[in-house]
Design a protein around this ligand. Structure first.
Ligand code: SF4
Length: 235
C-alpha cells in the first residue's frame, strides 16, 4: 500500500500542484474550533464565521463566559448555529474542567495515538477532527479521512472499508513519510472536482490509469481548475 499511496500522491501533485500551507501553524484549540465550524458548510463560510468569532471575543475564556446565543450570532454564516455554538461552549467547558485553562498545550508531550485518544475523550470530537489537529496544527505526518478521502481511497482501490475511521487506520499504518498534507489536501480536491459522489468524471481524472473503480464515466469532463480555498490552512 505504501508504494501505491506514494504513486497516487505523485500523480495528484503533478496534476493539482503542491498545496500551499499556512506560514504559521495555528494553536490546537484554534484549529479544533475552526473544525467544528466547518461541519456541513463550505470552507469560505466557516472561515467567515471563525473570523467573526475571534473578532467579537478576544479570548476563548471570553467565549466560554459568553451566553450561547451571543456565540451563535457570530457564527450563523456557517449554518447549524445552535449545534455549533453548543459544541464550542461544551468543548471549552470540558477543557477548563480537565486542565483548568483553555489551552491544549499538554498534547505537545503526547505521541499521535495518545493525542487522538485524548482529543476524542472530549464529547463531540471524533477521529477526523483529532487527526486534523495533528496534521494542520502539529505538522505530523497524519492523513485525516473525511468523506472525500474515504470515497476516493475506496474507489481507487487502496482500501475496501465501510467507514472513514477504518480507512483512516489502514492508510495511516502505511503512510510514507512527508506526504500527509499534500495527499490529504489533493484527495479532497479530487473528490470535489472529479470523483464526486454522483456523476463522477473519470475523463482527465489524474488517477484514471490506476483506479480500479468500475464502471468509469468517460463522458463528462471536469471544467473547474481553480484552486479551492482551504479553511484549515488559513486559521
Ligand atoms: S477514475 Fe473515476 S472513479 Fe476513479 S478516482 Fe478518478 S473520477 Fe473517481
Amino acid at each position: 500500500m505504501e508504494k501505491l499511496l506514494k504513486s497516487i500522491n505523485q500523480k495528484l501533485l503533478n496534476h493539482f500542484g503542491k498545496p500551499p500551507r499556512a506560514e504559521k501553524l495555528p494553536q490546537p484549540i484554534d484549529l479544533l474550533i475552526a473544525t467544528i465550524l466547518s461541519q456541513n458548510t463550505n470552507d469560505r463560510n466557516s472561515y467567515k464565521a471563525y473570523q467573526n468569532l475571534i473578532g467579537r471575543f478576544k479570548t476563548w475564556e471570553e467565549v466560554n463566559k459568553a451566553k450561547r446565543i451571543s456565540v451563535e450570532k457570530e457564527i450563523k454564516v456557517a449554518g447549524l448555529g445552535l449545534q455549533k455554538s453548543t459544541a464550542i461552549k461544551n468543548l471549552l467547558n470540558q477543557l477548563y474542567e480537565k486542565v483548568g485553562s483553555f489551552s491544549l498545550d499538554n498534547i505537545l508531550e503526547m505521541n499521535n495515538i495518545e493525542t487522538i485518544d485524548y482529543l476524542t475523550s472530549f464529547k463531540g470530537i471524533g477521529v477526523k477532527t483529532a487527526s486534523c489537529v495533528l496534521l494542520f496544527s502539529l505538522d505530523k505526518n497524519i492523513c485525516p479521512v473525511d468523506t472525500h478521502v474515504h470515497r476516493t481511497m475506496n474507489r481507487i482501490g487502496v482500501v475496501q472499508t465501510k467507514n472513514p475511521d477504518k480507512t483512516f487506520s489502514q492508510i495511516n499504518e502505511n503512510l510514507p513519510s512527508g506526504i500527509a498534507h499534500s495527499l490529504h489536501t489533493n484527495l479532497i480536491r479530487l473528490g470535489r472536482e472529479y470523483c464526486t459522489p454522483k456523476n463522477y468524471k473519470c475523463k482527465n481524472c489524474p488517477v484514471v490509469k490506476i483506479c480500479k473503480h468500475t464502471p468509469k464515466n468517460l463522458e463528462s469532463k471536469n471544467k473547474n481548475n481553480d484552486r479551492p480555498f482551504m479553511l484549515l490552512d488559513s486559521v
